[in-house]
Design a binder for this molecule. Structure first.
Ligand code: AMP
Length: 285
């Protein structure tokens, strides 16, 4: 496995692979890899001849008030995870390599990027769409892998690929959790012992909501209220949003009908965590 830091190195490698008719899977990440990322890399290794993992904390998706500087980084540990899971190349560029200092072109989306995290983090998806487009252009993958942990991001990327005619198959992968239900996240390292315990409330509340949908409750507001009440019972938790939207269109719904995404963003102390569930026609996926 190789760690490369320039666009031209990736392009050179990809050119050789393509000459030999090899298929390429791309796994975009911001590094500090955990079992959630590992599951994506594993799946990409199974389904492609070669796998590129990008490992880049993308500044354009962070607002100035957010945790860009403190975001955890550990490329050596990431390299071990990638090697173990069968990646061939890690693309680990500097910000200067990824962005020209006077770059003025960005990918802006309306629709699926505007609800949920798009409301709390107004520039977030512009940064995500821009960096993912650049990675698609650099790595020319056949398939790219994204986790349902960031379900809105998955919906946004699928829409972008359709709208901009990227010839890439987007594969959504299930949420990987800790044994006690907490969704794996690089940001979990920010949590103190008490906060780590308090953070379980996200999964607990969503499980209750999911049960309500599976038992036939069709009112989104009733389900949202139940989820919110459970989260509010935890003194360390502060709700950013609790929403139910259609999936993958990410439009607000009043009645549960068709495929829905129930998503929450909650501050546990200073750490903002997200989690969700998706049901298809009121059934589990
Ligand atoms: P990040 O490094 O947080 O930008 O995540 C990179 C990719 O890994 C995204 O597609 C995430 O959705 C995915 N991912 C992160 N955490 C998990 C998880 N717990 N389960 C599944 N996929 C995940």
């Amino acid at each position: 496995m190789k760690i490369v830091s320039t666009v031209s190195e990736v392009r050179e490698i990809v050119k050789e692979w393509k000459k030999s008719g090899l298929t390429i899977g791309l796994v975009p990440t911001m590094g500090y890899l955990h079992e959630g990322h590992a599951s994506l890399i594993r799946r990409a290794s199974k389904e492609n001849d070669r796998v590129i993992v990008s490992d880049f904390v993308n500044p354009t998706q962070f607002a100035p008030t957010e945790d860009l500087e403190s975001y955890p980084r550990d490329i050596e540990r990431d390299a071990k995870v990638c090697e173990q899971e069968g990646a061939d190349v890690i693309f680990h560029p500097t910000t200067e390599e990824m962005y020209f200092p006077n770059a003025t072109t960005f990918v802006n989306m309306t629709g699926p990027s505007e609800e949920l995290c798009g409301k709390s983090r107004p520039i977030h998806f512009r940064g995500v769409c821009t960096v993912v487009s650049k990675l698609f252009n650099i790595a020319s993958p056949d398939k790219a892998y994204f986790g349902q942990k960031d379900a809105q991001q998955l919906a946004v990327i699928k829409r972008m690929v359709r709208d901009l005619n990227f010839d890439i198959e987007i594969i959504g992968c299930p949420i990987v959790r800790e044994a006690d239900g907490l969704a794996r996240s690089s940001r979990n390292v920010y949590l103190s012992k008490d906060e780590r315990q308090a953070a379980l409330i996200l999964h607990k509340a969503l499980e209750e909501g999911r049960k309500m949908v599976l038992c036939g409750e069709t009112s989104a507001s009733v389900i949202k209220k139940s989820i919110s009440d459970i989260i509010e019972s935890e003194p360390l938790a502060k709700i950013d949003y609790v929403e139910i939207v259609s999936f993958p269109d990410v439009e607000k719904v009043e009645d549960i009908d068709g495929d829905i995404l129930a998503a929450v963003a909650v501050y546990i102390g200073k750490t903002r965590l997200i989690d969700n569930f998706i049901t298809e026609n009121g059934k589990e996926i």
